[in-house]
Design a protein around this ligand. Structure first.
Ligand code: PGA
Length: 261
């Protein structure tokens, strides 16, 4: 059983003051939750303030995107070195909003993943089908293609360092969560793809997060599934109360642990 990981994707929200307040409240609220890894991914403009507020805490800092070049004439982009400099350990890559709204391709995501690994980040690589694709019964095919292309050219040692987030696009920000069974079905499939790519031992070690309308009241059921290792949380991560509850409710009870085996 992998150690649970809860990551908050703040998207394009929060000022510097709001960031510091939110982080201080989260820190206090999850103080006792030592059996779960927690990451917050605020916007670029508040990363420095977040980094400072997270000093001496167990909560890690992540970014929501990153360019693959280290420096140069790339107006508007942020490099791995800059994210290192500000104290990021994680980086979300290939989020569906980047893929859909900003036309990011699997090939671009792959370059970013390789760069992130080169600079020792833990990339949270997002994959997931749209509603149209699910209704056309193409969900597995789409996820397989994104998996293979976004994670091309990674050696087994690098595969071990990634986190995968399965985020069905139809569940993001819609309040329409995948059922725990739907999530488990796709997570099992992703685990099989990992197995084919890098063998059973490695496949078991890679954490697969679920994302899409995760809330305090559905996290426990999702976490009860054997192949769900955590969550990537959007909307509910920018309110202290709901994020704290998600972190606390994500901790697997012993009774659930038995079922997971
Ligand atoms: P949501 O977003 O929790 O608001 O659905 C998830 C995400 O975009 O990562």
């Amino acid at each position: 059983m992998n150690r649970p990981l809860i990551a908050g994707n703040w998207k394009m929200y929060k000022s510097i003051d709001e960031t510091v307040n939110l982080i201080n409240t989260i820190k206090a609220g999850i103080h006792a939750a030592t059996d779960v890894d927690v990451v917050v991914c605020p916007p670029f403009t508040v990363l420095a303030a977040a980094s400072e507020a997270l000093r001496d805490s167990r909560i890690d800092l992540g970014a929501q995107d990153m360019y693959f070049e280290t420096e140069g004439a790339f107006t508007g982009e942020i490099s791995p070195l800059m994210l290192k400099d500000v104290g990021c350990r994680y980086v979300i890559l290939g989020h569906s909003e980047r893929r859909t709204l900003f036309k990011e391709t699997d090939e671009l995501v792959n370059k970013k993943v390789l760069a992130a690994l080169k600079f020792s980040f833990i990339p949270i690589v997002c994959i997931g089908e749209t509603l149209e694709e699910r209704e056309a019964r193409r969900a597995f095919e789409v996820v397989k293609q994104q998996f293979e292309r976004s994670l091309a050219n990674l050696d087994p040692e690098e595969m071990e360092r990634i986190v995968i987030a399965y985020e069905p696009v139809w569940a993001i920000g819609t309040g329409r969560t995948a059922t725990p069974e739907q999530a488990e079905q796709m997570h099992t499939y992703i685990r099989r793809l990992l197995h084919e790519k890098c063998g059973e031992e490695m496949a078991q070690k890679v954490r697969i997060l679920y994302g899409g309308s995760v809330k305090p009241d559905n996290i426990a059921q999702l976490m009860g599934k054997p192949n769900v290792d955590g969550a990537l949380v959007g909307g509910a991560s920018i309110k202290a109360e709901s994020f704290i509850q998600i972190v606390l409710n994500s901790i697997i009870l012993e009774s659930q642990e038995e079922q997971k085996k």
